[in-house]
Design a protein around this ligand. Structure first.
Ligand SMILES: Cc1cc2nc3c(=O)[nH]c(=O)nc-3n(C[C@H](O)[C@H](O)[C@H](O)COP(=O)(O)OP(=O)(O)OC[C@H]3O[C@@H](n4cnc5c(N)ncnc54)[C@H](O)[C@@H]3O)c2cc1C
Length: 287
């Protein structure tokens, strides 16, 4: 079921579907992998490169994988925070091209405890940001999901990301450049973040927009810091997208980010006549 891409009608439908279909516990096969490299991309985002133990490890563009948290870490976390977690997995999107397997990247944002609440910090993201080191071995599920649905259209492809939602799009863009899809279709990446310090891989994306045919990168800041001296687009990414394309729009659109960003962008796409069959995103929750 999880492998079936959800096409959204309304946010309510999405929430009901995810509740009904995605919370069903399942048994997944295991993938063992070792951390090859950890890079800090922003103040709260890291990119981790893994190598799967199995040389034949494969995934398809747009998939994600479940990181299984070690029981020893869960015990330590439970003791420190008075929680009772066991058998916890969290989904993370591939941020590298399938051609790089058995190596693969994930880009993970850290969620510390909110300052105004007495609650524990993010369980999985704290493990990745605070406990994981090069050389460590971890366990994942088999790859799953099918965000990318190839078709024969030559209409533009539009990627709309909020924050760490850009992560699967880094993998998709690498794949599409490998496949030279940008020679057949115009590809846009709209990347929304709060301020300049939240935009990751800015240099790579700017390089691609100069060197790759038909690729346009549109970063936008919703709360630019005056120190950013930001000259680019400002405002929420859905609004920036709406202004960029006047009138009806014929395109395949991929969305990733906070549920509110996804639902607001879908409203704009519907107003521009983009049918649900051309609007793609991952399930909002996977367990
Ligand atoms: C298909 C899919 C793909 C994804 N891909 C990525 C990706 O590529 N990169 C990425 O970074 N993320 C991705 N995610 C999100 C990711 O799976 C995790 O949800 C995210 O890392 C947070 O998990 P966590 O365990 O760190 O936080 P959690 O433990 O779930 O906590 C989240 C927040 O809630 C707070 N909290 C904890 N307990 C309470 C409480 N009792 N009351 C109120 N607040 C509380 C925590 O302090 C934290 O700030 C993806 C999600 C999906 C569904």
């Amino acid at each position: 079921m999880i492998n079936k891409k959800l096409r959204s009608g309304t946010v309510l439908a999405l929430l009901l579907l995810s509740a009904a279909m995605l919370h069903v516990p399942r048994a997944y096969a295991d993938v063992q992998a070792k951390v090859v490299k950890i890079e800090r991309l922003t103040h709260d985002v890291k990119r981790i490169r893994f190598r799967a133990a199995n040389d034949d490890f494969k995934f398809t563009a747009g998939q994600f994988i479940l990181l299984k948290l070690p029981e020893s870490y869960l015990k330590e976390f439970n003791k420190e925070h008075g929680t009772n977690h066991e058998n916890v997995s969290r989904p993370y999107s591939f941020a590298s091209a399938p051609s790089e397997a058995p190596y693969f990247d994930v880009i993970i944002k850290h969620y510390p405890a909110p300052r105004d609440k007495d609650v524990p910090p993010g369980l999985a993201s704290s493990f990745v940001h605070e406990k994981l080191h090069a050389g460590d071995a971890v366990t994942f599920s088999d790859p799953m999901g099918s965000l990318y649905m190839p078709n024969d259209s030559t209409d533009p492809i539009i990627l709309v990301a909020g924050g760490v939602g850009a992560s699967p799009f880094i993998g998709l863009l690498k794949h599409w450049f490998d496949e030279k899809l940008n020679e057949k279709r115009k590809i846009y990446l709209f990347f929304g973040a709060n301020s300049r310090r939240d935009l990751f891989l800015l240099d790579d994306l700017n390089d691609w927009s100069r060197s790759k045919a038909n690729f346009e990168y549109v970063p936008a800041l919703s709360r630019p810091d005056p120190a950013d001296e930001w000259k680019g687009e400002t405002g929420y990414i859905n609004v920036v997208l709406g202004k960029h394309f006047e009138g009806p729009l014929a395109a395949d659109v991929y969305l990733a980010g906070a549920p509110i960003m996804v639902s607001e962008t879908i409203k704009i796409l519907h107003a521009k006549g983009v049918p649900d069959s051309r609007i793609h995103h991952d399930p909002i929750k996977v367990e």
